[in-house]
Design a protein. Structure first.
Length: 283
């Protein structure tokens, strides 16, 4: 039976680990805050005290942590056995994916750069899209993990970082959509326009965007149950801006970053990224 060491059981990692267990995989899970991992015990997951306990004898190491420094810190303390394959699913950005790939070479373990597309709902439903880049000879083995957590896997070649770079491209689009929705709804209110007309006029057109319909009602209600936290969305926006450097002007992502940072500073860091609205509206 395949054994997976799953490190990081937050809003995304917990349902991913649960889906692996439901698929018949042996899962040992660790989280820095153990209370966030404890509910997995009811799913048949073994919750452990330390990352080293999770990786002992594991076929796969899956990391789903907040950012590159967090992944690197945890990985440095591990002693992986020959044959373990590292599936790095966190969104860490260009600089850190290269550093992590180098660390895997030093440790002598195969590394798959495989961030996932999706939020809490798709993670719970096993409907994430996996963007993967790694050695050809690990594809078949990794499929057991990827098929349990996602509905589609896109292999993008063997070069680590390829998948992360595509994830940043996709995140730039998602950030622009979320921020644009917030700006339009805030503008409607300032101009005395019924915000519902925004959705009514959009209906059936080529610019009708389901994502706006998902995030917009949260913005209008001021209630933000988290599918993806604003603090992590700000981190992702920062990674997009850093990756663009001085080569191009990613104004949409930069605006989203500024508004998300304002929302986080106002206490909305654990709220859904739709709380970007709180950084747009001048209270």
């Amino acid at each position: 039976m395949t054994t997976v060491a799953f490190l990081g059981t937050g809003i995304m990692g917990r349902p991913m680990a649960a889906n692996l267990a439901r698929a018949g995989v042996t899962v040992r899970a660790w989280n820095r805050t153990r209370a966030k991992a404890e509910p997995l015990a009811a799913e048949g997951v073994t919750v452990v005290e330390a990352p080293g306990e999770a990786v002992k004898g594991a076929d796969f190491l899956v990391t789903m942590l907040s950012d590159g420094p967090a992944v690197a810190e945890v990985f440095r303390g591990l002693s992986l056995e020959p044959g373990t394959i590292w599936l790095q699913t966190s969104t860490v950005g260009v600089e850190w994916v290269d550093r992590l790939a180098e660390a895997s070479v030093v440790a002598g373990v195969p590394f798959v750069d495989c961030p996932v597309m999706g939020t809490k709902g798709p993670a719970e439903q096993g409907q994430l899209q996996v963007l993967a880049a790694g050695p050809d000879n690990v594809h078949d083995g990794a499929a057991e993990v990827f098929d349990a957590i996602g509905s589609r896997t896109r292999w993008l070649g063997t070069e680590p970082g390829t998948a992360t770079r595509l994830k940043l491209v996709m995140n730039a689009w998602i950030l622009a959509l979320t921020n644009g929705t917030g700006e339009s709804l805030a503008l409607a209110r300032v101009l005395g326009v019924d915000p519902q007309l925004f959705f009514d006029v959009m209906s059936g057109t080529g610019f009708d965007v389901p994502y706006a319909r998902a995030k917009g009602p949260m913005m209008l209600s001021g209630e933000y149950p988290a599918s993806f936290p604003a603090s992590l969305a700000a981190k992702d926006a920062r990674l997009v801006v850093e990756a663009a450097g001085h080569a191009i002007d990613v104004g949409g992502a930069a605006a989203a970053l500024a508004h998300l940072e304002s929302a986080v500073e106002a206490g909305h860091g654990e709220d859904d990224m739709a709380a970007v609205y709180e950084g747009i509206v001048k209270r």
